[in-house]
Design a protein around this ligand. Structure first.
Ligand code: CR1
Length: 826
């Protein structure tokens, strides 16, 4: 620690200065004070950004006493803490959420009105911290929200990327990535703590010495170091006086500036060290589900877990704490394999620094970690080459080798003579190059391993880690994902929330199972009318936004059909596109008369990883089709396609409440869970989906008749593949598909340019790794059921209400209860 804690006998020293109970006058005064003394400006001269920052700081004040008090209470109680280790937190905007948590929405709105300010314009000023790629990062944000609302002692640990997920724009229909400089206008929600900086080493070598009694001691001598500076963020519970902490690490140079080099006249060289060190937390890797083995990424991973473990062990626990009892005080939940290097790091701390014997340390370590797997794609299971890991973290590699040796002994004992199995299960893979399988390491060391939906957990046991589940069946469990009802219903869908609260009371916000009480109202015609009004108003709000944001003009009446998620072949945006093209073709060729068509507006939102070429070609194709369809007078009002750029949490909060139809159309067996699917159902959209991920559970809960199922099941996919899948055959034998693909291939949507569509078309015809063609007919058939159902508004609304009423299970509060019961308390 740098500097002693300040001690004084002043009566206000040991408790926070409590912000007086909120009144509009008080809020105005605090706000003006923040403008004057915090921003150094007058209301009459302030910019929008000044006003936003002053408002944020005002709201922050109302959370501060609870934050300080929660921290003090946690230190005093010395309970077991959840250390959530996640390389990503996709938080979304903070202002609205914090106003909601403090119940200050109305006061703040009125206070701003009195200052002549429209609070909505200030909210729009906030740049969301996009410190995540997609589902995994947003899940972490939902989980910490729930843990605070449930008053579970939690520290969220992660990385304060200076640049989050790139900002997407389109140029000539193609994705262009711009840096997301989310910090550039100031970040009012973060608290840097330079006095809690942590030193992290990299590289170098290990030294082993033998003591007089013959015991060996190993020490790592890194050859370069960086500092980790923590930034604290408030994670408020929903109106419960609890504020937990999210602690994100930023990299700083140990010696920011080399004076000797500077004096020698080389200024740029003198700051090189700083630039190098600070690169570590500079930018979020924009790959979702398909990591690339980049050295900087391993540096990021080790950097943040080393800081986090040190922070908890040396700065959070009492100085005299007996580390043999560490599992009583912490469980580190590994959010996918990104933080798995924490396992050898804890071993190193205990053995090399705290003098534990190996077995003692292993015993403790195994009880401190649990691992969540979020994928089924083999290419998404992280591996690090031994060469790279050994160069960057030589001591950790030694530790991993020893863990593996002892583990493989265990396997040999359990399965004598089965050397094939030993090779299969080794944490060290030999081909194509010697590398460390991080998922295996996590499974060997973790007390529990979970998947994120029932089907996924089963496939994890049976297909991804079968040898491990045979060896340790009790290690494996499932926790189905969930989403926070605070942000994704209460905040995002104010109109629906009011209707819900008027109908069943407001308990649902923290007890989402109460939505069940809504079921009888599905049969109440006046309630259905109200429910439709909510949808309509949400659509109007969305279309107003899209008009300003993206220059889009969309028809108010059409069914709103939404597919928002990362762009990935397995998610099958192309299947959705084929459906659109076939609808378009049916209309313009006269196969379907305009009056037979259920009008639709399809909205896409998706970012592609910058290096994922095919995904970017698909984006180009969607934009091309949208351009032609929207400009064709023959389909005006019947079919529109919109692809607003830069889909993010902020846009999701506007899109999801307005949607009628939710597209969850991944190839069965590929989407681990999905969480957008839950958000849509909770906001009264019906799902068209495959039997994949959490869709399975959604369908079971909402009922078959309120869900549009299509496509092969996972075993059917397997059989089809085993029989030899040839997409060209499907194309040849399915006239509607043939027409559709031919129209695309003809260059109709690309001004006659066939070359431009070739990457996608050729891939579909000759590879189609995710079997879009195989599911095409089934998908179209399901979509015609959707059309028919939508044509009956009363029946549709009834189904939509039942989707809401029966989706309470998908609250992340329930997920957290499951983690507590199945993983953290065991
Ligand atoms: C999965 O693809 C799941 C989220 C959250 C994603 C998605 O199906 O809902 O995790 N996986 O569990 C991922 O991002 C790195 O892997």
């Amino acid at each position: 620690r740098i500097g002693p804690a300040f001690r004084t006998s002043h009566p206000l020293a040991s408790g926070p200065v409590v912000q007086p109970a909120p009144t509009v006058d008080g809020f105005v005064e605090t706000f003006l004070g923040e403008l004057n003394y915090g921003q150094g400006t007058l209301l009459s001269q302030s910019t929008l950004n000044d006003q936003y920052l002053a408002l944020a700081r005002t709201v922050r004040r109302y959370l501060m006493a609870d934050w300080l008090e929660t921290g003090a209470r946690r230190r005093h109680a010395q309970q077991k803490t959840v250390g959530y280790l996640s390389a990503e937190y996709l938080l979304g905007r903070q202002l609205g959420n914090n106003l909601l948590a403090t119940n200050l929405q109305d006061v703040a709105e009125e206070a701003m009105r009195r200052c002549g300010i429209d609070i909505a314009t200030l909210r729009a000023q906030e740049v969301e911290p996009g410190l995540g790629n997609g589902g995994l990062g947003r899940l972490a944000a939902c989980f910490v929200d729930s843990l605070a609302t449930m008053d579970v002692p939690t520290i969220g640990y992660g990385i304060r990327y200076e640049y989050g997920i790139f900002r997407q724009t389109f140029e000539d229909d193609r994705q262009v990535e711009l840096p997301d400089s989310w910090l550039s206008l100031g970040s009012p929600w973060e608290f840097p703590h330079p006095e809690r900086q942590v030193l992290v080493g990299f590289g170098g070598s290990t030294e082993t010495s033998t003591a007089a009694d013959g015991t060996q001691h190993t020490r790592w001598v890194p050859d370069w170091t960086v500092l980790g500076m923590p930034y604290h963020y408030m994670v408020p519970g929903f109106r419960n006086g609890v504020v937990n902490t999210l602690r994100l690490w930023s990299a700083r140079a140990t010696h920011a500036f080399d004076l000797q080099i500077f004096n020698a006249g080389d200024y740029t060289q003198a700051v090189r060290a700083q630039t190098f060190a600070e690169n570590i937390s500079k930018v979020l890797y924009p790959e979702d589900s398909t990591p690339q083995g980049k050295e900087l990424r391993l540096q990021q991973q080790y950097f943040f877990v080393a800081c986090s473990l040190h922070d908890f062990i040396d700065n959070t626990l009492p100085a005299d704490f007996d580390l043999h009892r560490l599992p009583e005080r912490i469980v580190f939940q590994l959010n996918d394999t990104h933080p798995v290097i924490a396992i050898p790091e804890l071993m190193r701390i205990l053995v090399d620094r705290k003098g534990f014997a190996w077995d003692e340390a292993w015993e403790v370590t195994q009880r401190c970690f649990a691992y969540t797997c979020h994928t089924l794609l083999p290419e998404a299971l992280e591996v690090w080459s031994v060469e790279l890991l050994g160069r960057l973290l030589p001591r950790h590699l030694e530790i991993i080798y020893r863990i593996n040796e002892e583990f493989l002994e265990q396997v040999r004992e359990a399965f004598p003579g089965d050397e094939m199995r030993v090779r299969r299960m080794s944490v060290i893979a030999e081909h194509p190059e010697r590398s460390v399988r991080m998922a295996y390491l996590a499974t060997v060391a973790g007390a529990k391993v979970n998947g994120v939906a029932e089907l996924h957990s089963q496939l994890l046991r049976d297909k991804v880690l079968p040898d491990f589940s045979q060896l340790w069946p009790e290690k494996f469990t499932n926790v189905t994902n969930g989403v926070t009802p605070r942000r994704f219903v209460r905040l995002a869908n104010r109109r629906l929330s009011e209707l819900l609260t008027d109908t069943i009371g407001e308990g649902w916000v923290t007890d989402l199972d109460r939505l069940r009480e809504l079921e009888p109202y599905a049969d109440d015609a006046s309630f259905r009318e109200e429910f439709r009004r909510v949808k309509r108003e949400n659509k109007e709000r969305l279309y107003r936004l899209l008009a300003v944001r993206d220059g889009l003009r969309l028809p108010q009446e059409a069914m709103l059909d939404v597919m928002v998620k990362r762009l990935h072949e397995y998610k099958r945006q192309t299947l959705k596109l084929l459906h659109i093209v076939s609808l378009y073709d049916d209309l313009v060729s006269g196969r379907v008369a305009p009056e037979e068509m259920t009008p639709r507006t399809v909205v896409f939102g998706a970012k592609a990883a910058p290096g994922y070429h095919l995904a970017k070609e698909i984006i180009f194709l969607v934009n091309s089709v949208a351009g032609v369809v929207n400009a064709d007078p023959r389909v005006q009002g019947l079919l529109s396609v919109a692809f607003p750029a830069n889909y993010n949490v902020t846009l999701a909060e506007k899109l999801i409440p307005a949607a009628d139809l939710s597209e969850q159309i991944s190839l069965a067996g590929k989407e681990a869970s999905g969480t957008g699917n839950m958000k849509f159902a909770l906001n009264g959209a019906l799902t068209i989906g495959t039997d994949d991920g959490a869709n399975v559970e959604i369908r079971r809960l909402v009922g078959d008749e309120n869900f549009f199922l299509f496509g092969m099941t996972e075993p059917e996919v397997e059989r089809r593949r085993a029989a030899g899948y040839t997409p060209a055959e499907v194309y040849e034998t399915t006239p509607a598909l043939r027409r559709t693909i031919d129209l695309v291939a003809s260059g109709h949507f690309t001004g006659g340019d066939r070359q431009a569509v070739a990457p996608v078309v050729d891939n579909l015809l000759h590879e189609d790794a995710f079997m879009a063609l195989a599911d095409f007919s089934s998908y179209l058939e399901a979509q015609s059921r959707v059309d028919a159902a939508y044509a009956d508004p009363e029946a549709w609304t009834r189904s939509a209400i039942l989707n809401v009423a029966r989706s309470g299970f998908f609250s992340s509060d329930r997920s957290m209860r499951d983690y507590l019961e199945r993983i953290w308390h065991s």
